[in-house]
Ligand binder design. Structure first.
Ligand SMILES: [Zn+2]
Ligand SMILES: [Zn+2]
Length: 210
C-alpha cells in the first residue's frame, strides 16, 4: 500500500514537472528568443498563423520529450528513491506532455466541451492574441501564478482576422455560446471576410453541433 502511494506520488511529481517545463520552455525558449532557434521560430509561426499551423517536427519533439523523461528524470528518481519511483516520474512526465500536446491542438481546432477546456482556451487565447508575455502555462495556471504572469480578463479580445473557426457561426460572427468569453475586434476586408466565412463553413460541416 505504502509502495503504491509512493508510485502515485512519483507519477504526480512527473506530471507537475512537465507543467513547469511547459511554462519555462514556452516563456524562455519560445518567446524570449524572439525567433532565434527552431523552437522559437516555429512557435512564432504558430502565433502569426493564429494557431492554425502546427509544427511538422512534432515526431521529433515527441521523441525528444520522451527521451528527457526516460534519460534524465528516470535515473534521477531511481537514484534518489528507487527504480519504480524513477519509472513512475518518467511516465507522469510523458503523460503531462502528451496531455499538453492534445489539449493545445484541440483548443485551436474544437469548441470546448468541459469547464476545463473552456478555461484553457480563454487562458491560452489571451496569450495568443495581444498578450504574449502573459499566460505561458497552457494546461495549468500554477506557474503563471508563481511567476506573476497570470492574467484573467473577463473577455478575451480576438482580432477578427484570427478568430478560431469554432468560434464563428455561418454569418461570421461569434456564436452566442462564446459571447461571454470573447469579443471580436478590428475589421476585415472583403477577401479576408470571404476566406473566413469559408473556414467557418468548412468547420461547421466537419464538426456539426451535437
Ligand atoms: Zn496555441
Ligand atoms: Zn506563445
Amino acid at each position: 500500500m505504502a509502495q503504491l502511494l509512493v508510485l502515485v506520488l512519483a507519477f504526480a511529481a512527473g506530471f507537475a514537472l512537465w507543467g513547469l517545463f511547459e511554462y519555462l520552455l514556452h516563456r524562455f525558449a519560445m518567446h524570449e528568443l524572439h525567433g532565434r532557434g527552431i523552437m522559437s521560430r516555429e512557435h512564432l509561426e504558430h502565433h502569426v498563423a493564429a494557431g492554425w499551423t502546427f509544427s511538422t517536427t512534432h515526431l521529433l519533439s515527441w521523441a525528444g520529450m520522451l527521451l528527457v523523461g526516460f534519460v534524465a528524470w528516470m535515473p534521477i528518481g531511481w537514484a534518489l528513491v528507487g527504480f519504480g519511483f524513477g519509472v513512475a516520474v518518467a511516465i507522469g512526465w510523458a503523460v503531462g506532455y502528451f496531455f499538453y500536446e492534445y489539449e493545445h491542438m484541440a483548443s485551436h481546432r474544437k469548441a470546448p466541451r468541459t469547464r476545463y477546456q473552456r478555461w484553457l482556451r480563454k487562458h491560452h487565447f489571451h496569450h495568443h492574441f495581444g498578450h504574449p508575455m502573459s499566460n505561458h502555462g497552457v494546461t495549468v495556471p500554477w506557474w503563471d501564478r508563481v511567476f506573476g504572469t497570470l492574467e484573467t480578463p473577463e473577455r478575451v479580445r480576438v482580432p477578427r482576422r484570427m478568430a478560431q473557426p469554432w468560434m464563428l457561426g455561418p454569418d461570421g460572427e461569434l456564436r452566442p455560446e462564446h459571447r461571454d468569453d470573447y469579443e471580436l475586434v478590428g475589421t476585415l476586408d472583403r477577401t479576408e471576410r470571404l476566406a473566413q466565412l469559408d473556414r467557418a463553413r468548412a468547420f461547421a460541416s466537419i464538426a456539426p453541433e451535437d
